[in-house]
Design a protein around this ligand. Structure first.
Ligand SMILES: Cc1ncc(COP(=O)(O)O)c(C=O)c1O
Length: 426
């Protein structure tokens, strides 16, 4: 093992982190190579800086005029220079403050400075690099974003164990969750929770959120737990009784044997899908400043060895957006756009509550709602809709997922009329 990796591992000996890192997580380190030497030179090389592989003139990055013309407000540095491995420090601090503001339960609990990654997918994959091993089991609800299978199972050989998401009465099936947590084998428990959920559009209410935390805290008495929180759709909560914090907030201070990893980003939260900017943040009751430093260095090693760093121009634009005086009002406006669509769908479904073929699963948040297809093939319904020029997603031939985020409110009645019509005609 590389001496720097050994040094990092020695500083966390005997702690939770020592026990839960994957083989790769133990091996990886951030080299004292070009990036680290460049950082040193940025601070100290006042005469010539001949370190980084960028082209500059008179101390500023070269930028082609046809590009600078379309982004007049950004300096060449903000537009085209490399971003630091873990992201532009100002953006990292802004996002840390955002996490505290959105999650009052965090209180004065410590967590790592969020590290910038190229979108949530990358954040999830990097978290998996550091903690998922061949032979580990990852617990997921039976309704989950399909990409988790590629990340956990195909990339890391980590098997997926699911629990039933909804009970027969339409609440989260937390008895099934508790049972799966209790009976999963292994000394390290891996979980991935995603609220608002893709594909159902469900988020827990207060008592459900509390029970999830209680179940995990109790289990942490017996073994180590790593919980990844995929908060892609954070903030799109449309009902009053919904738990509006990330589960990262209670979990990051829940138990000494529990590590919470928050993966979030501006993709959906700030309506910047193609910017490719996400964040990875670590929190755990037993982790001190040294532990967070080791985690971030290992994450930086994983970033450096895969994507190197994230888009600089996207980070510069986000700093402008997040510090703009109008930002909050603009975001609220678009939240209301999505909430109006949600309300319209609830209104449409109220008159179709006992449809024999399409059963709406509970939803209260996010971009999506899903139907369970009873007695018909979801894939056949998808194809029939496609033949009429309508695109929806079919899952396991049982569910269809509708992204109402992509349909204007006025056109929702027509869309749902078509869906019901085709389901009846099959
Ligand atoms: C639950 C969930 N997580 C993560 C992502 C991916 O986000 P990103 O585009 O930032 O990689 C998506 C995108 O559809 C998603 O639905």
């Amino acid at each position: 093992m590389n001496p720097i990796a050994r040094e990092l591992n020695d500083t966390i000996k005997g702690t939770l982190l020592d026990r839960v890192l994957s083989d790769f997580g133990r091996k990886i380190f951030f080299p004292r190579g070009i990036v680290a030497q460049t950082t040193e030179a940025t601070e100290r090389a006042h005469r010539f800086n001949a370190t980084v592989g960028m082209a500059s003139r008179e101390g500023r990055p070269i930028i082609l005029p046809s590009l600078s013309r379309v982004i007049p407000d950004l300096s060449p540095d903000e537009a085209v220079s490399y971003a630091p491995t873990a992201g532009v420090p100002e953006l990292r601090r802004i996002w840390r403050d955002e996490i505290r503001k959105k999650n009052p339960t965090v209180g004065d609990a410590a967590f790592s400075l969020p590290a910038v990654v190229p979108g949530l997918t990358s954040g999830l994959s990097l978290a998996a690099d550091l903690f998922f091993d061949v032979g580990n089991t990852l617990i997921l609800p039976d309704m989950f974003w399909g990409n988790y299978r590629l990340i956990a199972d195909e990339r890391h050989g980590t098997k997926i164990a699911t629990f039933r998401f909804f009970s027969a009465t339409g609440e989260l099936d937390l008895d099934a969750f508790a049972e799966t947590v209790r009976t999963a084998t292994g000394s390290k428990l891996l979980l991935l929770l995603n609220f608002p959920n893709n594909p159902t559009g469900y988020s827990p209410n207060f008592s459900e959120a509390e029970r999830i935390v209680t179940i995990l805290t109790a289990e942490a008495e017996h073994r180590d737990i790593v919980v990844v929180l995929d908060d892609a759709y954070y903030g799109l909560f449309y009902e009053r009784n919904t738990y509006t914090e990330s589960l990262f907030a209670p979990l990051c201070r829940a138990h000494k044997n529990l590590l919470a990893i928050k993966v979030d980003g501006t993709t959906k939260e700030e309506f910047t899908w193609g910017f490719r900017i996400g964040f990875v943040t670590f929190g755990g009751a037993s982790i001190d400043a040294t532990g967070y430093d080791v985690l971030v260095k290992k994450l930086m090693g994983a970033i450096r060895s895969s994507v190197s760093n994230s888009s600089r121009i996207a980070q510069s634009l986000l700093i402008r957006l997040l510090t703009s005086a109008e930002h909050e009002a603009e975001k609220k406006h678009e939240f209301e756009t999505l909430k109006t669509r949600y309300r319209k769908i609830k209104e449409i479904l109220a008159s179709r509550a006992d449809h024999p073929r399409l059963h709406a699963l509970p939803f209260n948040s996010g971009y999506f709602m899903s139907f369970r297809c009873d007695g018909i093939s979801a894939e056949a319904l998808r194809i029939a809709l496609l033949d009429s020029g309508i695109g929806v997603i079919s899952i396991d031939d049982v569910f269809i997922r509708i992204a109402f985020s992509g349909v204007d409110t006025e056109r929702l009645p027509e869309l749902f009329d078509e869906i019901f019509h085709h389901a009846e005609a099959l």
